[in-house]
Write a protein that binds this ligand. Structure first.
Ligand code: 26Y
Length: 803
């Protein structure tokens, strides 16, 4: 075994070729003559994966040998995307792969395209978990990711007559070459049943049990010096639940029913990222993930230690939002009920271990479980939560209206997570401020210093080196290698912002990224776009607070203006939208339909189609983002101030040289500070002004009366210009615009319009635009997820790098 801190030397092309052919023949069972793209991909994945195993073993063994503290990142979502090229890059194998595949007349890109995305997440929170896993491995932070091995990840989206249709995603339908199955690692997870007291101790006898069975994926850091494990739990029947007698009697469906029920725990990812409607299956999934992970963590700890009170010295558990917040009660239960620890000591120990990351202030996204459901599914945990609640009330002394963990017959998972964690973090400076002041003011006073800010980050390996080879190569040619793990080095690009030759090269790299994207778009979706236009993109989950509506309403206004004065020298623009709506989110789906309806009219208007296009490729996800983001000139980050916790797409765009049009929301604030106010198109009300405006009765109507432009837009929609087949399709949306407008689309419209004119002016001066874009790239180093992870390690986890 090689030393863990030393990356292995890359294989020669001849060695790699031999390894590839060996896997093609002996793993896949094909000859090079007969192999399909699928066969090549599986063989190649195995050949690449082989190189992950030594660093993985070494890192694991060193962590044991040196008795290191480990970090456990518990998340219901890991939005990973494809792994083949990512692993090849991190293992230093990309060049040799390109060369060897070339010898067989294959391109790496076409082979890699066949891999299905691991879409085990909804959006930002899940993608953040994936970036953090990659950074922890790169930084040599001993860590495990724990999640669920959903059989079906986030649904696939397509459009029929402009409407979103969801179909099941099926990433495991074909072999998953990254998966190491660990049938020997399996834990029972109990549900329901009864509680009994015995000599002052509580005994929980679950009514049913499901087995959690481990599947591991190695996560290799950049340079191949360290690798961690992503352990995903699959649900299995705990006994042989298949009823052979019933089957033999001909009742096939009933024979499989108990088994199917057990497996349903890891069947499908919930496609919601705000409300969840108190579904029993969701609560059971959360407990299934948490219980299996906590059992695994304690088993590993007790294999090397005896004293459970020392847990915080060796174990840090990070809860990705409240979804695994049952970890507090579960750990307390195990310490008290199974290991005889005194309750208060258990609480103290557990609090020393846990950290909680908050990702949202939206009241509807803060998890609350009804006491009745809790009692039914997790009776012992409810009892522990009620005790914690009593203690929390006592802590608040004589407060007349104390904050409760349980109130109105509901358990507040945010308050529970806060009470059982030693650190609680927000995900951007503004968000953390609001978490302290608006969400947890009482907790914050009782526990000053518990709330910390860790501004989100993104991995530059996937989001620059992999996604944007033309820019990455230009950067390396200009400042040398090393920026991949030290992103602040991009600062060295600053002087080149004034170098005409570099600006030219930078412009060419953007052009290449655009051609790569448009080529894919034409081939995959039959959408043809002019690569010389301004690419103006908004890609993210559909949400009213993200205000895709503001964007499409402005697009209509822009179209109307072009039609009024076609010769006014408009810069050609392509409006690109991407993103999915939760299947039950009616208004979000209506906005999708409006975007598609507008696209249909605008793109087929011969007067304007050379100046304005609207493109909404379906099924936006990680792999589409990797092609789309490098091609963008303008990044739309236009949420109502105070509502987007951070955003991470905003970082990906800016790092790839798109300029941002945005509000003072989430991490936009810090991005603007870093890239410079003069290199950012700011508009809109501030968080404070949003609160004031919302308090003004009739603010929507007032704003509309002040904007002829916006009234013209709404009128066209009302007249059925975009829905001639159904003039009333958007009545509900228009009514909301006139009478409520909670998200302040009307209030921010005029200022958005002003900022968009500045964008157009600026784009008309290519030297100026290029200069601003280069300065954006040069100043985005702070937003590397390596920086975020370094902060988690020192401020929350108290863990050292092993490298
Ligand atoms: C409770 C359940 C329905 C639920 C499931 C998923 C609730 C929320 C979510 C996902 C939330 C999410 O993705 N939040 C985003 O997290 C990003 C990473 O911190 C932020 O950048 C982004 O602003 C925030 O919306």
């Amino acid at each position: 075994l090689r030393d863990a801190a030393a990356a292995q030397p890359a294989p020669t092309p001849a060695q790699f070729r031999q390894a590839l052919l060996r896997h093609l023949q002996y793993t896949v069972g094909k000859s090079p003559q007969k192999a399909s793209l699928f066969d090549w991909r599986i063989a190649l994945s195995h050949a690449v994966r082989d190189h992950a195993v030594d660093p993985w073993f070494n890192a694991t063994r060193r962590t044991w040998d040196e008795d290191r503290k480990r970090v456990y990142y518990l998340s219901m979502e890991f939005l990973i995307g494809r792994l083949l090229e990512d692993q090849a890059i991190n293992l230093g194998l990309r060049e040799v792969v390109v060369q060897v595949l070339g010898e067989f007349g294959l391109s790496f890109a076409e082979v890699a395209e066949g891999e299905p995305d691991a879409a085990l997440g909804n959006g930002g929170l899940g993608r953040l978990a994936a970036c953090y896993l990659e950074s922890m491995a790169t930084m040599g932070c001993p860590a495990y990711g724990y999640g669920l091995r959903y059989e079906h990840g986030l649904f696939r989206q397509h459009f029929e007559n402009g409407r979103q249709i969801e179909t099941p995603e099926n990433w495991l339908a074909t072999d998953n070459p990254w998966d190491f199955t660990r049938p020997e690692v399996a834990y029972p997870v109990g549900f329901g049943g009864a509680l009994a007291e015995h000599n002052g101790a509580w005994i929980w006898s679950p009514g049913s049990q499901v087995l959690a069975s481990a599947h591991d994926t190695p996560v290799v850091g950049y340079g191949g010096k360290w690798a961690n494990t992503l352990r995903l739990w699959a649900a299995m029947p705990s006994a042989d639940l298949f009823d052979l007698n019933r089957f033999n009697a001909g009742d096939f469906a009933a024979a499989s029913e108990p088994e199917a029920l057990a497996r349903s725990l890891s069947r499908v990812l919930y496609p919601n990222d705000t409300t969840d409607g108190g579904k029993e299956l969701r609560l059971s999934q959360e407990y299934f993930l948490t219980s299996a992970s906590v059992q695994d963590i304690l088993r590993r700890y007790l294999a090397a230690h005896q004293d459970l009170l020392k847990l915080p010295e060796f174990v840090a558990i990070q809860m990705n939002d409240t979804h695994p917040a049952i970890a507090g009660p579960e750990l307390i239960r195990l310490l008290v009920d199974e290991h005889g620890v005194n309750f208060d000591t258990a609480v103290q120990t557990v609090t020393g271990v846990l950290g909680y990351t908050n990702h949202t202030l939206l009241p509807e996204a803060l998890e609350r479980w009804s006491v009745g459901l809790m009692r039914k599914v997790l009776p012992r945990h409810l009892q522990i939560i009620e005790t914690l609640d009593t203690q929390f009330i006592q802590l608040q002394g004589s407060a007349p209206d104390p904050v409760r963990l349980v109130s109105n017959d509901q358990v507040s998972m945010g308050d529970l997570a806060f009470a059982t964690s030693h650190k609680v973090n927000g995900v951007s400076a503004l968000h953390t401020e609001l978490v302290s002041k608006d969400l947890f003011p009482v907790h914050n006073e009782l526990h000053p210093g518990r709330i910390v800010n860790i501004t989100n980050g993104i991995t530059p390996r996937r989001w620059l080196k992999l996604a944007n080879p033309s820019l990455a190569t230009l950067i390396t040619d200009t400042i040398g290698a090393g920026w991949e793990t030290d992103l602040e080095r991009l600062r060295e690009l600053e002087p080149y912002a004034d170098d005409p030759a570099f600006r030219d090269a930078f412009g060419r790299s953007k052009r290449q990224a655009k051609e790569h994207f448009t080529g894919w778009l034409a081939q995959e979706h039959g959408i043809e776009l002019p690569a010389d236009a301004l690419f103006d993109a908004q890609v993210k989950r559909l949400h009213e607070y993200k205000r895709q509506l503001l964007n499409i309403l402005w697009t209509i206004a822009h179209w109307q203006r072009i039609k009024r004065d076609p010769q006014a020298g408009w810069a050609p623009r392509v409006k690109i939208f991407g993103g999915k709506a939760a299947p039950s989110y009616h208004m979000a789906k209506l906005i999708i339909q409006l975007i598609n309806d507008v696209a249909n009219v605008v793109n087929n208007d011969p007067e304007t189609s050379h100046l304005l296009r609207v493109a909404y490729p379906p099924n936006y996800g990680v792999s589409m983002a990797e092609k789309l983001i490098p091609a963008a000139d303008l990044s739309e980050q236009i949420s109502t101030a105070g509502m987007e916790a951070s955003g991470t797409g905003n970082m990906k765009f800016a790092l790839n040289g798109a300029l941002t049009i945005g509000t003072l929301d989430g991490a936009n604030v810090e991005i603007r500070e870093h890239v410079g106010a003069e290199n950012f198109f700011l508009f809109g009300l501030t968080t404070e002004q949003v609160a004031e405006r919302r308090a003004q009765p009739g603010h929507a109507r007032t704003a509309l009366e002040a904007s002829q432009t916006l009234r013209d837009v709404l009128q066209a929609i009302a007249e059925g210009v975009f829905s001639p087949d159904d003039r009333h399709r958007y009545d509900g949306l228009l009514d909301a615009m006139w009478n409520s407008d909670w998200f302040l689309v009307a209030s921010d419209f005029e200022d958005y319009d002003r900022a968009q004119s500045e964008v157009a002016d600026c784009y008309g001066d290519p030297d100026r635009w290029q200069r601003m874009a280069i300065l954006n790239v040069a100043r985005m180093g702070y937003f590397s997820s390596d920086r975020s992870i370094r902060e988690y390690m020192s401020q929350i986890w108290n863990v050292e790098s092993a490298l």
